[in-house]
Design a protein around this ligand. Structure first.
Ligand code: CP3
Length: 344
C-alpha cells in the first residue's frame, strides 16, 4: 500500500510529502455532479455504493495519497434525532434548533452499526475497492463546531445563540457537549472498527472563539475524543480552522497531527509544536488559481517550511472550492510530489 500518508502522520521517514485535499470529492469535479445529480446530497451520503464511488473519484483523477470518506459532519447529528436538510445556496438547516433542556434531553446517542450503518457499509466497500491503494480517512466534526449547527439551526455569522448559551447557561451548553462528545466517540470508534485507517476531527469554527472560551468550551471535549481513540492504532488528525490565535492550546490536544489553515506560516506552527505532533496544511485553496510557476513556488515555500516538522502532510487550508479547475488541483498534487522529492 502507499502508506506515505500514515508514515508522515506518525512522524516516520518518507520519500516525498503526502498530500490529500479537504473536500477532494466534490463539486469542482464534473464526475461528482454526474453522481450527485441522481438525488439529494443526503441521499448520496446514505447510499454506500455511490458514496464510495465519489470517494474514489479524486484518487483516480488527482493521484492523492489518501481517500476521505464521503459524508458530512452533520450526518450523525441527524441520527441523534434531529431533522436535517441541505438547502441549495443556504447549506445545512436544522428545522428545530437545540436551545433548551428538553431538546438536549431528547437527543439520543446513535449506535454506529444500527443507526449509521450506511456509513460503516461505505467504509467497508471502500476498503475493498481501494484494495490497499491508499489509506482511508474517516472523520467527524469537533463537538464545538457541531454544537454551533445544532444551536444556531444552520450556518452562522456571529454565533450569538451558541455564545449566549455558553455564557448564560453553561450547564446546558456542557450537557449538550457531553452528548455530542459521547456520540462522536462512538461514531469514530465505529468507523475505525469498520476499517478507517486514520480519522480527522474537523473544528471548522474553532477560530471564532476567544482563547479563554476555546480552553473552556471546546478543547476539553477534543482532548476527551483524542484520548478515547488513542490505543486504537490509527492516527488522529485535529483540524482547527482559523486557529492561528489558538496554537498554545491546540498543540496540547494530544492528536498525532495538527491541521492548520493558511492564515499563519507553517514554520511558526512547527516551532510551537516542538516535535510533539506532525502538521497538516496549509496552502490557501484559492492559490490553486495561481499560474503554474507561481503555484510551484508557493508549494515549494510550504514544503520548505514543513521540513522541520516531525512529519508533514500537505493540504489546503479549508477545502477546495467548487470553482476550481480540476486540472489545477491535479497539477498541485504533482508539484507537491515532485518538489518534495527534490527537497529530500
Ligand atoms: O472532504 C471530503 O471530500 C469529504 C466530504 C466532506 C463533505 N463535508 C462533503 C460536502 C466533509 C469531510 C465535510 C465536512 C463538513 N461539512 C464540514 C467541515 C469541513 C469544513 O468545510 O470546514 C462542515 C462545516 C460541513 C457542513 C456543511 N456541509 C456545509 C456548511 C455545507 C454547505 C457548503 C456549501 O458550500 O454548500 C455542506 C455540504 C457539503 N458537504 C457538500 C459536500 C460535497 C456540498 C453538497 C452538494 O453537493 O450540494
Amino acid at each position: 500500500m502507499n502508506d506515505t500518508f500514515l508514515k508522515a502522520a506518525r512522524g516516520e521517514p518518507v520519500d516525498y510529502t503526502p498530500v490529500w485535499i479537504m473536500r477532494q470529492a466534490g463539486r469542482y469535479l464534473p464526475q461528482y455532479h454526474e453522481v450527485r445529480n441522481k438525488g439529494t446530497f443526503l441521499e448520496l451520503c446514505k447510499n454506500p455504493e455511490r458514496a464510495a464511488e465519489v470517494t474514489i473519484q479524486p484518487i483516480d483523477y488527482l493521484g492523492v495519497d489518501a481517500a476521505i470518506l464521503f459524508s458530512d459532519i452533520l450526518v450523525p447529528m441527524e441520527a441523534m434525532g434531529l431533522e436535517l436538510d441541505f438547502v441549495e445556496k443556504r447549506g445545512p438547516v436544522f428545522a428545530h434548533p437545540v436551545r433548551d433542556r428538553a431538546a438536549v434531553d431528547r437527543l439520543g446517542i446513535p449506535d454506529p452499526e444500527d443507526d449509521l450503518g450506511f456509513v460503516m457499509e461505505t467504509i467497508r466497500i471502500l476498503r475493498r475497492e481501494l484494495s490497499g491503494r491508499v489509506p482511508l480517512i474517516g472523520f467527524s466534526g469537533a463537538p464545538f463546531t457541531l454544537a454551533t449547527y445544532l444551536i444556531e439551526g444552520g450556518s452562522s455569522k456571529n454565533y450569538i445563540n451558541t455564545k449566549r448559551m455558553m455564557y448564560q447557561d453553561p450547564e446546558l451548553y456542557h450537557a449538550l457537549m457531553r452528548k455530542i462528545t459521547d456520540c462522536t466517540i462512538a461514531y469514530l470508534s465505529g468507523q475505525i472498527a469498520a476499517g478507517a485507517q486514520a480519522v480527522q476531527v474537523f473544528d471548522s469554527w474553532a477560530g471564532v472563539l476567544a482563547p479563554c472560551d476555546y480552553a473552556e468550551f471546546s478543547l476539553p471535549y477534543v482532548k476527551e475524543i483524542v484520548s478515547a481513540l488513542s490505543g486504537k492504532g490509527v492516527p488522529v488528525i485535529y483540524f482547527a480552522n482559523n486557529g492561528a490565535s489558538l496554537l498554545d492550546l491546540t498543540t496540547t490536544c494530544g492528536a498525532d497531527v495538527l491541521g492548520i489553515d493558511w492564515r499563519i506560516s507553517l514554520d511558526k506552527v512547527v516551532d510551537k509544536i516542538a516535535g510533539r505532533m506532525s502538521v497538516q496544511g496549509n496552502m490557501d485553496p484559492i492559490a490553486l488559481f495561481l499560474p503554474e510557476d507561481k503555484l510551484a513556488s508557493r508549494i515549494r515555500q510550504v514544503l520548505e517550511q514543513g521540513r522541520a516538522a516531525r512529519g508533514h502532510i500537505f493540504n489546503l487550508g479549508h477545502g477546495i472550492v467548487p470553482e476550481t479547475p480540476p486540472e489545477q488541483a491535479r497539477l498541485a498534487v504533482e508539484l507537491v510530489h515532485s518538489i518534495s522529492r527534490e527537497l529530500r
